[in-house]
Design a protein around this ligand. Structure first.
Ligand code: ATP
Ligand code: MG
Length: 562
């Protein structure tokens, strides 16, 4: 493709609206433009990358026996009502035409409806169906460019099986295909085994990349690949050791001491000698939650133990429940349920609030003084703590989900009547799995991981073009002749070449733009080197430059490009 007549509107300035690196670079490299919040046009250069990613996905999906479909995005709302997902998606679902239709945010419903009556017997199973198609979700906070769009391209696949073993097999095939896809896209990713959550199923995995643009916080171990959402992550951390001798409970006046840090400062003690109290309300009943020192309550873990209706008590409720304000609450003389984090198990000689403002108690022995106390893992872990599975340390960071594989079970087939006859002639719901990858997200995450201060760094699998050929002075006949002939020859050899054949652009501008667009190999044709019979090659990823004889050039280019 010739730059002289291409539409690649590059930007010198960093666009204000973009905060995330990939978003900035995609705008600056003329790959996308925003139409409105969360809605983007892909321009020719950007769309070439989308097609490359789609092709990798297609090849890997076909390799596991996937069959490519194209399901409608415009769906009768009725189908979505039958599975309860008009409600479940809520405002995320786009409604149109007097709300009789919806725009599909995913396709479980349509797959089950398509299978209904067509898949009749266990002999018709298993099936792997997939498509690469636009999805619509009215995301409340579209941001980070195409990472969270309101219209986006998803590869969604569905397995249809007669047995659980079949489902497990299909799931494992997808696990392998996903690893191949993300490896071929040269992404540094990790896999989080998530709990099945709201979709209702028996197993799922999320493929994620570390990114400041991420909205999920995860804990990860680079040594053993332990990875978990912070909401459920555990770590290896010492519990408070029980002292040989328990002291007597004693009241201490602690005027204006509210936080654990202030208490430690005031009494010259360590935070691991303190039990912090938090009061939560469950079904209108208070529960006192004790944590060691400055440990924070993980509310997801708390919800798991206490139920979904749990909420922190309001300031006014605290006085009523405990007789004291937030900084002076403790387990002694507290009437009601008391639970504590495992790190406090049977701990003694602790300091905690006295349930009386400006007083604390010392010498508390949870085993002796707090009857019916229950212990759970309630702690929010943090970076640098020990991995629960090996001797390494955990890293905690934000991450983006690239893809998701999920054992659905029979939720959708049951709701929509997608059944088959088993070997004994019994009618059973088809067992389904669902598997998604965000295509634009793959592109954005690749850019997040492969860039420098000058621009994007593509490698050959995703690059819009393999070669960026520059004629530096296109008014010079030799430069024109040589660069035109290189362009023709490489193109004839099926190497994708972006040819900067513009006559009016300065060399410095061409170099800058080539680095911004980031093709793996640059070929620079300039009159000075040409006079010596030479051409310059530059490898974008390393910045390495080399002069080669014109005659040897094609061999060298092929060697570098493949
Ligand atoms: P997220 O938690 O990021 O909203 P999700 O759990 O809603 O993702 P799925 O419903 O599992 O995502 O969709 C499958 C894949 O589609 C995701 O892994 C992601 O790569 C992509 N995806 C989801 N929502 C969007 C979006 N708004 N814009 C771009 N890609 C998306
Ligand atoms: Mg979502």
């Amino acid at each position: 493709m010739r730059l002289s007549n291409s539409f690649i509107p590059t930007l010198k300035e960093i666009p204000n609206e973009a905060v995330v690196t990939s978003h900035r670079l995609m705008l600056r490299a003329g790959m996308i433009r925003m139409l409105s919040a969360g809605i983007y046009s892909f321009l020719p250069l950007g769309y070439r990358v989308i097609r490359k990613i789609s092709e990798i996905i297609r090849e890997e999906m076909n390799a596991i026996g996937g069959q490519e479909f194209h399901f409608p995005a415009l769906n009768p709302k009725e189908i979505w009502e039958q599975t309860g997902r008009v409600e479940a998606f809520g405002d995320i679902l786009f409604h149109i035409d007097n709300r009789e239709y919806v725009l599909a945010p995913t396709h479980e419903e349509i797959v089950a409806t398509t299978a209904k009556g067509q898949v009749q017997s266990y002999k018709d199973l298993p099936q792997i169906w997939y498509q690469i198609q636009t999805k619509y979700r009215n995301e409340t906070r579209p941001r980070s460019g195409v990472i969270r769009g309101r219209q986006f391209l998803m590869k969604d696949a569905y397995t249809l099986d007669a047995t659980e073993e079949g489902l497990n097999k299909g799931y494992m095939l997808h696990d392998k295909a996903y690893r191949n896809i993300f490896d071929r896209c040269n992404l540094n990713y990790f896999v989080v085994g998530a709990s099945s959550g709201a979709m209702g199923g028996s197993g799922s995995e999320e493929f994620m990349v570390k990114s400041d643009a991420g909205e999920d916080t995860v804990a990860h171990c680079t040594k053993c690949e332990y990875a978990a959402n912070l909401e459920v992550a555990t770590s290896k951390i010492e519990a408070k050791a029980r002292d040989k001798k328990s002291e007597e409970v004693k009241e201490i006046s602690t005027p204006n001491v509210k936080s654990i840090d202030e208490l430690c400062e005031f009494l010259k003690i360590d935070e691991t000698q303190c039990a912090k109290s938090r009061v939560y309300i469950v079904d209108e009943k208070p529960v006192l939650v004790l944590m060691l020192g400055n440990d924070e309550v993980n509310e997801t873990k708390l919800t798991k133990e206490l139920g979904s209706a749990v909420r922190p008590a309001h300031t006014e409720e605290l006085i009523e429940i405990t007789g004291a304000d937030a900084g002076s609450i403790g387990p002694i003389n507290y009437k009601g349920r008391i639970i504590a984090d495992n790190r406090l198990k049977d701990a003694n000689n602790l300091y905690s609030g006295a349930n009386k403002n400006d007083f604390h108690l010392g010498g508390i022995d949870l085993k002796r003084d707090v009857k019916n106390i229950e212990y759970f893992d309630l702690r929010l872990i943090s970076s640098g703590e020990g991995c629960p599975n090996c001797d390494n340390k955990l890293d905690v960071f934000t991450a983006i989900e690239l893809g998701h594989i999920f054992k659905l079970g029979t939720k959708y087939s049951e709701a929509l009547g997608a059944t088959f006859l088993d070997e004994e002639g019994n009618e059973k719901p088809i067992i389904m799995g669902s598997y998604g990858i965000g295509v634009e997200r793959v592109m954005a995450c690749y850019i997040e991981q492969h860039n420098d201060e000058n621009g994007i760094i593509w490698d050959k699998n995703l690059a819009p073009f393999q070669v960026h050929l520059m004629g530096l002075n296109m008014k010079n006949d030799d430069v024109v002749k040589t660069s035109e002939s290189i362009y023709e020859k490489l193109t004839a050899d099926k190497i994708e070449v972006l040819f900067d054949d513009r006559t009016d652009a300065q060399a410095g501008y061409k170099f800058k733009e080539a680095d911004l667009l980031g093709m793996p190999l640059q070929i620079i044709v300039g009159n000075k080197k040409l006079a010596e019979g030479k051409i310059e090659l530059k490898i974008r990823s390393t910045g390495e430059r080399m002069d080669v004889e014109i005659d040897n050039m094609f061999e060298k280019v092929k060697e570098l490009v493949w």
